[in-house]
Ligand binder design. Structure first.
Ligand code: CA
Length: 227
């Protein structure tokens, strides 16, 4: 799951982003409305956390722009404006939830998980391929009764692959889904994540394999023979 955090208060932005990363979300964090719109135009985020009081634009205008770009993306509004009118305006502009500052990081995370679990979205995060099922909202891969929890990066990788079925997913597109702007990405980080994912699929005794397509990327295949 990849999140966009939009908050101009640097310390708060850092805390929120660090907390969400620790709890399994790939997170990009920006401090202005313009950066948020730019980031959302190039990256398919699963959800956004948006502060309404931004230095360059009104948060509600940012929300409308995000909505126009990605209609189904859940957006949680973060704000100190505790007037009822603002709350109504936020919900009218398409916010999925509204969190007043100050807040507990644990509450933010719980509310985020709640909007990501909503029926239409939940369905959109469940996949199957061969003998495997995968629920991206709780990062669980399963084969029959055997269940395996994946780490954030393994899950992001697996989601990108399973969404494409047997089609090849190019390396750059995978790296984009696995890493945020600030992540320090070493040369073979993607290969290391692929290896760990392969070990877990092996432990599940799945017949699904992650096949490397030399110089291009990866894809899922069913059946026994090695790539
Ligand atoms: Ca602010």
């Amino acid at each position: 799951m990849k999140l966009l955090v939009v908050e101009d208060h640097e310390a708060l932005r850092g805390m929120v982003a660090a907390h969400l990363r620790e709890h399994g979300f790939t997170t990009d964090a920006v401090g202005t409305g313009a950066e948020a719109i730019e980031a959302a135009a190039v990256t398919g985020y699963d959800a956004a956390i948006l502060d309404l009081g931004l230095p360059d634009m009104d948060g509600l205008a940012v929300l409308r722009r995000l909505r126009a770009q990605r209609a189904a993306m859940p957006v949680l509004i973060l704000t100190a404006r505790d007037h009822v009118q603002h709350r109504i305006a936020g919900l009218d502009a398409g916010a999925d939830d509204y969190i007043l500052k100050p807040f507990e990081l644990g509450e933010l995370e719980a509310r985020l998980r709640a909007v990501l679990r909503r029926p239409g979205l939940r369905q959109a995060h469940c996949y199957s391929f061969g003998d495997l099922s995968f629920d991206a909202s709780c990062r669980a891969a399963s084969v029959g009764p055997r269940l395996m929890e994946l780490t954030r990066r393994e899950a992001a990788l697996f989601e990108a692959l399973i969404r494409s079925g047997e089609r090849i997913v190019v390396r750059d597109s995978l790296s984009d889904k696995l890493y945020g702007f600030d992540d320090d990405v070493s040369g073979n980080a993607l290969e290391a994540t692929v290896s760990r994912l392969r070990r877990k699929l092996g432990a599940l005794q799945s017949s699904v394999r992650v096949e490397a397509v030399r110089g291009i990327g990866y894809r899922l295949r069913q059946g026994g023979e090695a790539a």
